[in-house]
Design a protein around this ligand. Sequence first.
Ligand SMILES: CC(C)(COP(=O)(O)OP(=O)(O)OC[C@H]1O[C@@H](n2cnc3c(N)ncnc32)[C@H](O)[C@@H]1OP(=O)(O)O)[C@@H](O)C(=O)NCCC(=O)NCCS
Length: 226
Amino acid sequence: MSVVRFLRSNDVDALIALEQEKWDGDQAAGRAELAARIQAYPKLSIGAFDPSTGAALASLFMKPISGAELASAATWADCARVGTPAAASGGSLFGISLSSVDGDAVTAIFEFFWPYALKHGWRDIYLGSPMPGLRAWKRANPDVPAEVYMRERRHGLPRDPQLRYYHRKGFKDVISCKPGYFPHAPSLDHGAVLRGRIPLSTAAPLWRLVPLPWLGQLRRLLFRLV
Ligand SMILES: CC(C)(COP(=O)(O)OP(=O)(O)OC[C@H]1O[C@@H](n2cnc3c(N)ncnc32)[C@H](O)[C@@H]1OP(=O)(O)O)[C@@H](O)C(=O)NCCC(=O)NCCS
């Protein structure tokens, strides 16, 4: 069991250890970047911790994003930049980064966030996922565009293992394929922009009237509906 809560600036040491374990050198966020995300988006930065050691098991950083920002962004860095104006996001979030050494901790983070998302009126979360199977697939299919791989399915699920992972987490809409999105060799630097709809968020005006603790009670049910 992990302890899940919004992140604080003194969590940075624990978060750095997780970043370094899960991301390659040039991809891991540094101390300043992590601190800036927490400061700018304290209610959109969430961590799961081991209660006995204090180690970070999973982290999720999000920010508000507008449709125009999403449409004009060529790279992950364009979307992830901290401090861009958060106004008029229209209820959409961008998942800057998800890191985990414990799948249950990721589930716990999403369960934790759902009541806050409904209460606040967030409707969907976009993210840019690696496609770690792309490099091997391209070797066998050198003339076929990466977008074909991104949309390919086997047994009704995305062919790529990480897109399959996100599909199971509710990120079922595959929006676009972006070359040169971030440095990630197995993905040939391509990113897949995905969207996950927050379940029941279409009733946003209603949820604003419901006390947060009641929404908390509903969260297990809500998460099963994803
Ligand atoms: C992606 C991530 C957050 C998933 O963490 P998790 O919920 O603890 O789940 P796991 O890492 O155990 O992966 C679960 C399954 O998803 C699939 N998967 C997820 N990411 C994958 C990847 N990059 N390559 C291959 N398979 C992947 C695998 O099928 C895996 O199954 P396995 O148990 O048979 O290996 C974690 O692996 C991570 O931090 N990765 C590095 C950073 C990253 O890519 N973040 C997401 C960027 S948007």
